[in-house]
Design a protein around this ligand. Sequence first.
Ligand code: SAM
Ligand code: CA
Length: 247
Amino acid sequence: MATNGEEQQNQAGRHQEVGHKSLLQSDALYQYILETSVYPKEPECMKELREVTAKHPWNIMTTSADEGQFLNMLLKLVNAKNTMEIGVYTGYSLLATALAIPEDGKILAMDINRENYELGLPVIQKAGVAHKIDFKEGPALPVLDQMIEDGKCHGSFDFIFVDADKDNYINYHKRLIELVKVGGLIGYDNTLWNGSVVAPPDAPMRKYVRYYRDFVLELNKALAADPRIEICMLPVGDGITLCRRIQ
Ligand code: SAM
Ligand code: CA
């Protein structure tokens, strides 16, 4: 049994605030993962992009280094070639994807903000993987609708990463399930939404966390009830739900 002292120490090491970025028990444990597994193996270009992004005022939006490492390995494991990303920001997850797919692999990347993409683009170009990226500026939903209407891309994507407007995830899912191939993967990011998914309604929360929380809760329910997919919710980063299309 833990002594009083140990208990106090454990409590002190735990995150109390709803909205803390890491879902692990302590900052020290997260730092251990970064220093032991992630940073020693992080490609130089990923490090450079991380450093460029760290200076940007909205840097809280970036994919974390451990999640970047996870995505990179996952894409290699499933031999992804034809991919899509919704929500690029400065391109950290995009670069993790571009490095993982083969020379003739493709990423359809969409974001309403080109400026942030262009901030990271020189690093992506220097890494020699920019030719794999087809960046489209603007909201993703009309592009998906057009692809479905054209009928050319049905069941054609090996991997799709969704990391954009959380209030549209359900709308994305309705379209993406047709565009991903049977056996392919969709990854929905931030599905534990800063841990707020289990917070009591009166818990202190940042405004944007509170606003999107209900959409994330709805999405999580809808994914669990969808017979067309198998799912796995991983506590990596802010939570990522992998959906494997089975029908
Ligand atoms: N995956 C990125 C990374 O690794 O750094 C982070 C993406 S950030 C959390 C969310 C992005 O979604 C923002 O860059 C934002 O401009 C974009 N976004 C918001 N609404 C969008 C929409 N309707 N369509 C496409 N992108 C959108
Ligand atoms: Ca994210």
